[in-house]
Design a protein around this ligand. Structure first.
Ligand SMILES: O=C[C@H](O)COP(=O)(O)O
Length: 250
């Protein structure tokens, strides 16, 4: 009942030419794939040409972040209306690298989430604890607070558009994947908090992806867990063959 999503986040990699070369190789490899939804988040300079390249295919391209307002004096930012104007219908919000290096907060992610939904843009919102929080036994408290802040003043009608990505920060780009058990426990906590905020029905239909050193050889054990509904992939999404193998996990 929850269609899995396999999403690739290219972070600050790939020029527009490199993005198009990736898509030229990747799209035919996954053209017949219907089991999962496939999202790619290229850099903002590649987004427009990536959107044109994926038009009419089973792959969606989205932005890596956005502002919540339609326009204003906000140097460096991209607005929801700018994204919809180029046909962009997906956005990644609250990624830990935005939180750690650029001061992103869940109060702002909450505004961005509401703006995305208002503009018909599907948001994939990242949550996840730092190593120090896990070691201090504060994983559950951290995840509940993140979900709670994200969903403050969010109606059920808005919340039904949410896709969450649980990414333990200690597993991102480190090669240190959470074990399926550890990831499942966290996903269960997140689903439980969703139920507390928005009701059991919505918690049961919301897709929660796992992210953090997901590779073609570990995705199937993660996907076997009952509360893991897909993956948000960094490093292993940069190569078209590796990402296609990952999408087609057994
Ligand atoms: O958005 C993706 C995550 O940050 C995971 O990155 P990674 O697969 O390179 O660990």
């Amino acid at each position: 009942m929850r269609k899995p999503v396999i999403a690739g986040n290219w972070k600050m990699y790939k020029t527009p030419q490199e993005s198009l070369a990736f898509l030229e190789a990747f799209l035919p490899l996954v053209a017949d794939h219907t089991r999962d939804e496939i999202f790619l988040f290229p850099s903002i300079t590649s987004l427009s040409s990536a959107l044109q390249a994926v038009a009419g295919t089973n792959v969606h391209a989205g932005a890596q972040t956005m502002h919540w307002l339609n326009e204003g004096a906000f140097t460096g930012e991209t607005s929801p209306t700018m994204l919809t104007a180029i046909g962009c219908g997906h956005v990644l919000l609250g990624h830990s690298e935005q939180r750690l290096y650029f001061g992103e907060t869940y109060e702002r992610v909450n505004l961005k989430f509401k703006a995305a939904v208002a503009h018909g843009i599907t948001p994939v919102v990242c949550i996840g604890e730092q190593l120090s929080e896990r070691e201090a036994g504060r994983t559950e408290e951290t995840l509940r607070l993140q979900v709670n802040t994200l969903l403050r003043n969010v109606t059920r009608a808005e919340a039904k558009h949410l896709i969450l990505a649980y990414e333990p920060i200690w597993a991102i780009g480190t090669g240190r994947t959470a074990t399926p058990d550890v990831a499942q426990q966290a996903h269960q906590i997140v689903r439980d908090e969703l139920a507390a905020c928005c009701g059991a029905e919505l918690a049961g239909t919301t897709r929660i992806l796992y992210g953090g050193s997901v590779k073609p050889d570990n995705i199937s054990t993660l996907m076997a867990e009952p509360d893991i509904d897909g993956a948000l992939v960094g490093g292993a999404s940069l190569d078209p063959h590796s990402f296609a193998r990952l999408v087609k996990y057994a």
